[in-house]
Design a protein around this ligand. Structure first.
Ligand code: ZZB
Length: 262
C-alpha cells in the first residue's frame, strides 16, 4: 500500500493536550494522516483519532523549511517511516513522548488546501492502529464512514465527550459524480439505507461504491483543477502537495498489515 501522508500542522493544542504541548515544547508539530484521496483535501472538516489508541511524537525534518519538527502518529507507523527514511535519522525512531488519542480531542490543526482553515480533532471508534497512522482525515462529502461518524458525533456530543462546536464545520463538496452528485457519501448512505456509523458491513460496501464513483466518474468542482476529471488530476494533486512539502509518500508492506491484523 502506498499512502499519501498529509502533514496537518497543529495550530492550537486543546485543553486536554496540556501535557502533550509540554512534550512538544513549542516545536512545530504535524498530525500525520494517511490517505489515498488527496484530491478531496479541500473538503476536510475534522481530523479523527481513536480515543483509546496510543500515539507518539517523533522527531522529523520539515521539508518546508529544513527545521526540526515533530510528527504525531502511531509507534508502528513511526517505525515504518524510520525504515523509509522519513524521520530525522534513518532507521531510528526518536520519540519525545507518548500520547493517548483522548488527549488530542479539541486540538486544532490546519489542513492544507481545505476551505476550513482550522479543524478540530474528534474521536472515531472504528479507527484501527494496524493501518496507516491511525490519524484519519474526515471528508464527509465523499467518505460514507466520515459522513455517518459526523452525524453521530453531532447527535451525541456529550456521549462522545466533545463540544458541539467541534463538529460544526460545514460539509464542503469537492467533486461531483454522475449518479450521486456533489454529496456522494450522503447519497450512497441514503441509497443503502445506512443509519448508523456502526454498520461496518454496509459502510464497507458504501465506501467501495463511493471510491469507484469518485475515481471513474468524478469531476472536480473546486480548486486549481476545477472542471477536470478526478482520474486525470488525482496524481497531479498528490504531486503538488508533495512538491510543496505539505505531504509525503508513505508505504506499508502488505504482508505486515495483514499479519498484524491477524
Ligand atoms: C481521506 C478520505 C477521503 C478517505 C475520502 C476516504 C475517502 P483503505 O482503502 O481501506 O486503505 N483510513 C486511513 N487509515 C485508517 C485507519 N487506521 N482506520 C480507519 N480508517 C482509516 O482506506 C483508506 C482510507 O481509510 C483513507 O482515505 C482514510 O480515509 C481511511 F473521500 O482519507 B481517507 C470512499 C472513501 N473516501
Amino acid at each position: 500500500y502506498e499512502y499519501i501522508a498529509m502533514k496537518l500542522e497543529v495550530t492550537q493544542w486543546g485543553e486536554r493536550a496540556a501535557r502533550v504541548a509540554e512534550l512538544a515544547k513549542g516545536t512545530k508539530t504535524y498530525l500525520i494522516a494517511a490517505t489515498l484521496r488527496s484530491e478531496t483535501m479541500h473538503g476536510v472538516t475534522n481530523i479523527f483519532v481513536g480515543s483509546h489508541l496510543e500515539y507518539g511524537l517523533y522527531r522529523a525534518v520539515d521539508a518546508r523549511d529544513g527545521a526540526e519538527c515533530l510528527y504525531l502518529c502511531t509507534p508502528r507507523a513511526a517505525r515504518n517511516m524510520a525504515y523509509q527514511g522519513l524521520l530525522k535519522t534513518e532507521n531510528q525512531v526518536e520519540s519525545v513522548g507518548e500520547v493517548k488519542g483522548a488527549e488530542l480531542l479539541g486540538t486544532k490543526v490546519h489542513p492544507a488546501l481545505s476551505a476550513h482553515n482550522e479543524v478540530y480533532v474528534v474521536p472515531m471508534d472504528s479507527i484501527k492502529d494496524n493501518k496507516g497512522t491511525a490519524v484519519v482525515i474526515c471528508m464527509p462529502a465523499d467518505s460514507p464512514d466520515d459522513y455517518m461518524t459526523t452525524q453521530e458525533l453531532r447527535k451525541k456530543p456529550e456521549y462522545y465527550n466533545i463540544e458541539p462546536e467541534w463538529v460544526a464545520a460545514e460539509e464542503i463538496a469537492v467533486l461531483t459524480t454522475p449518479t450521486y452528485g456533489e454529496h456522494t457519501a450522503a447519497a450512497v448512505c441514503k441509497a443503502l439505507k445506512i443509519n448508523s456509523s456502526k454498520d461496518a458491513k454496509q459502510l464497507a460496501e458504501a465506501k467501495e461504491i463511493a471510491y469507484k464513483e469518485g475515481f471513474y466518474g468524478g469531476t472536480m468542482v473546486v480548486g486549481k483543477y476545477k472542471g477536470e476529471r478526478v482520474e486525470t488530476v488525482k496524481n497531479k494533486i498528490r504531486d503538488d502537495l508533495v512538491g510543496e512539502g505539505l505531504a509525503f509518500m508513505y508505504s506499508e508492506p502488505e504482508n505486515l498489515v495483514m499479519s498484524r491484523s491477524g
